[in-house]
Design a binder for this molecule. Structure first.
Ligand SMILES: C[S@@+](CC[C@H](N)C(=O)[O-])C[C@H]1O[C@@H](n2cnc3c(N)ncnc32)[C@H](O)[C@@H]1O
Length: 223
């Protein structure tokens, strides 16, 4: 019986034997390479990649990502002995992280999704600025997202300051800057501030050590 079906009560329609995937991974990659399976299914490719000392990314939209793929990979980490384990001398170890994708930030034309909640845009902006995930969900009315290294990052976006008019919190003005500074009293480093427009001129921005980025144009899909 195919390993994926032996491991779980619910059979998968088209599971591949680990031995077959091992062949493919062996031909196409070296230890330490990154294997991508963007249709993870029963998780065979990820399981085999882990047993063969490859890094991997698996993407799955079905609920079985939670009910099957993650438990299967946990078993592999714990030293599961099915499939190719004996051949490759698998004793367990390694590991993986499980992430849930958030809402779409961009639509098919590359525009910021209309009405995207602040939290989702904030998480994206933070990641594109810092390269790391936002560790805690930003509070709804807290435009200061955090400090990375020496730089504080802030996002002025519809509704974040409780006023949905374009001029009501999305434009960087002196009062808004004061609000941001009040939120981070001890911060003496630089600022990166996203907003619709800056009412502060270039000389002021330089003096205040602010890099201003304009939404939506400076919100990048990739780093
Ligand atoms: C035939 S299975 C893949 C088999 C798997 N690669 C293996 O090693 O056995 C296809 C899987 O792709 C998933 N899928 C289809 N479209 C997807 C998408 N857009 N994003 C993520 N997963 C998707 C399905 O839910 C299904 O579990």
């Amino acid at each position: 019986m195919i390993e994926a079906n032996r491991l779980f009560d619910v059979p998968f329609g088209t599971p591949k034997p680990e031995r077959l995937i091992e062949r493919v991974v062996h031909i196409a990659t070296d230890p330490g390479d990154l294997v991508l399976d963007s249709f993870l299914g029963s998780g065979t490719t990820a399981a085999v990649a882990m047993k063969m000392g490859r890094r991997f990314i698996g993407i799955e939209m079905g609920d079985h990502a939670v009910t099957h793929c993650a438990p299967r990979l946990r078993k592999v980490v714990d030293g599961e002995q099915g499939g190719i384990s004996e051949t490759v001398g698998w004793q367990g170890g390694s590991g993986f992280r499980f992430y849930r994708l958030g809402a779409d930030v961009f639509d098919a034309e590359g525009r910021i999704t209309q009405g995207i909640p602040f939290e989702h845009l904030a998480a994206h902006v933070w990641f594109s600025e810092t390269g790391v995930a936002l560790s805690s969900r930003p509070a709804r009315r807290a435009p200061v997202l955090g400090v990375h290294g020496e730089t504080a990052v802030a996002l002025l976006y519809n509704g974040v300051l409780g006023d949905k008019r374009p001029e009501g919190g999305n434009v960087l003005t002196r009062p808004i800057l004061n609000l941001l500074r009040e939120a981070l009293p001890g911060h003496e480093g630089d600022w990166t501030i996203y907003g619709e427009r800056s009412a502060l001129g270039p000389a002021t921005l330089t003096r205040e050590r602010i890099t201003f980025r304009q939404t939506p144009y400076d919100v990048k899909a990739r780093r």
